[in-house]
Ligand binder design. Sequence first.
Ligand SMILES: *Cc1c(COP(=O)(O)O)cnc(C)c1O
Length: 302
Amino acid sequence: ITLALSLLKTGQKVLFCENIYGGTFRYAKKIMENIGIKYELRSDLESLKSLSSDVGAIYIETPSNPLLNITDIKKIVALAHANNAIVIADNTFMPLFQSPLALGVDVELHSATKFIGGHGDALGGVVCTNDKALGAKIGSLKSTLGIALAPFDSYLMLRGLKTMKLRFDAQIANTKKILEFLKSHEAIQKLYFAGGASEHERAVHEAQAGGCLGAVLSFEMSEKYCYKRFASLLELFDIASSLGGVESLICHPATMSHASYGEQLRAKIGIKDNLLRLAIGCEDGEDLIADLAKAFAKAKKS
Ligand SMILES: *Cc1c(COP(=O)(O)O)cnc(C)c1O
């Protein structure tokens, strides 16, 4: 993320889609602000007709984190390129089935910490481009910043990559089962999943990602249930803010991944205090459902 955003110059502006990874927002707030690169979080990127001349990049995540909203990649590419801006897409949530570069994006990012490494034991990131000149520039910035990956971490990532398809398929299958289970559970007030927000988002996600569900779901819990108790009662889901690994995790965005947004911005974007995010792993799907069911039963307020 640091490397991709280093392509911008002081005085330029980045338009971010509204719910982005908390660390990206933190980077904007703590680093970009200091060096005079402007930014805005926008919920209306798809409907913009033109960009002001200071916009150097549009930065998107689709599905977004943690509300799994979908952005039309081709539409954003057309808008940016008509206005001399580049598009950066964080594709961490869809390492397979969606290829932003093939849809015209200039820079594609992955947190390799997630599905690529896949075991929650190494940190890394990937910056991809299919533009030679841009690639050379990114390579040079990488050396300058000194953010190359260490040999052992590189080894873990390459080893993880060999089973990524197997793991991702298993994770998607589990996520489908869990989604069905949650849909009919009275503890769930609102469910968030890729393509689930509207017919429009479903169609866009179908066109650009084959409708892939991925392995992250979020939900708001009913007031009849204590979400804190629920999260700590789970035995197969650790409380942690990562995702994409073989082990299932649960995260409370308001106090963990999106704490840096602050209360007001979270309220504006719709990240509520009773929102929980599940990152589904490769355990047996029925075991995961049984664990969720047991924790729901114990977390019901009397
Ligand atoms: C986790 C995550 C990142 C950052 O990843 P690290 O490798 O943990 O620094 C970036 N983008 C998204 C969408 C993520 O989920």
